[in-house]
Write a protein that binds this ligand. Sequence first.
Ligand SMILES: Nc1nc2c(ncn2[C@@H]2O[C@H](COP(=O)(O)OP(=O)(O)OP(=O)(O)O)[C@@H](O)[C@H]2O)c(=O)[nH]1
Ligand SMILES: [Mg+2]
Length: 409
Amino acid sequence: MTNIDSDNSREWAAQAYALLKKRQEEQKQELQKQEEQKQELQKQEEQKQELIDNTNKEKFPGQSKTIAETELGEFDDNFTWSAMVLAAQGKKINQISIDEIDWLTKLRRGLEETRKGFVTELLDKLGDDPLTPESLDDLETLLIRADVGIDSTDKVINSLRTKLNEEVLGGEAGIKFLKKELKLIIDKPIKNSGTDILVPQKGKLNVWLLVGVNGVGKTTTLGKLAYLSSKSNYKTLIAAADTFRAAAVEQLKVWGDRSNVDVISNQSKNADPAAVVFDAINSAKKRNVDLLLVDTAGRLQTKNNLMDELAKIKKIIDKKVPDAIVESLLVLDASQGQNGLKQAKSFAKSADLSGAIITKLDGTSRGGVSLAVSEEVNLPIRFIGAGEGIKDLRPFNSYEFVEAMLADK
Ligand SMILES: Nc1nc2c(ncn2[C@@H]2O[C@H](COP(=O)(O)OP(=O)(O)OP(=O)(O)O)[C@@H](O)[C@H]2O)c(=O)[nH]1
Ligand SMILES: [Mg+2]
């Protein structure tokens, strides 16, 4: 990546910042103008109708549902770093958005604890000296401590060792090589899947099942996905197939409401999750839906029940829409570290998974578990979540992830 300390980089970032600031001002003015026009129209309508009733509110819907625009923060080191990460991926100055900068800042901040665990320590240990076999031993310990997993760690350390036999590596070159190796590990299952970024295929019904143990963030992630999907103009629908937890439907409806996406549910006690999915598919077909997001239960009486239920849901989908594109996405809470990895392995054995979503990357020291999931469970990571807000989920980008995990400042 470009060195963010260089004058050129700062100058580039400063220009990007000025451009975003200007764009934000223009947007604010435009919004204000629209708001004034709306109010003016509303006033005229009210004057026309002697009877002022609630119908006026219905004519101007959506105000409470509008998700606030992200505010441009300070021009600081976070901004410069984020702008540089985007620039290194070929983004031009006028292609950068505040949302992207905001996300990268969050990701970098979120991975701070993971980073503190090893990069900072590693850099302290290395200083400017070349890497030695002893520093590799330190690195090995640090990687294991960051929950990168034994297999991934072995792979990285072996590559570094081979490299050290060939040439002398200084601290900075060592970090660069390390980033490359970590990226290779995360990218492998993504490359193998043949799909770099998971998006719904147009013209077909796409069904994404969110599965995982209780409390990992399935419902929250589904809410964020509904927002991303509808914002990207995919016709989206939610199926509330967690019928085990009483409050699950209400929780989903709140998310559905925020992104204007309907929720298909059955509130009767002990409703059959597969029956909810059945209804949702009918509805999806009628409405020409692109993406049906299915929330599933994280806890049932026994683990076998959970797997049986998922199998039943899948069977219904296969039967009703054999040409649907089905994705079973395992949601994993990064803060659970190796425990999360165990869950992933056990789910992968019983449920036919096609990808993983890593959540709660904000404020955990165990972000390295993402590498273990890629290496040991061979699952492509599709999205990552770093916060409880509706915008705190993004398609997974291995370059950004590794840069954030190893950012040296
Ligand atoms: N900090 C943080 N919290 C999150 C994130 N994703 C989810 N959460 C929180 O984790 C808690 C559990 O989230 P849910 O979405 O209800 O988890 P679930 O997997 O649906 O849980 P069950 O339905 O009980 O199985 C909630 O308090 C969420 O706000 C995240 O990326 N960051
Ligand atoms: Mg849930």
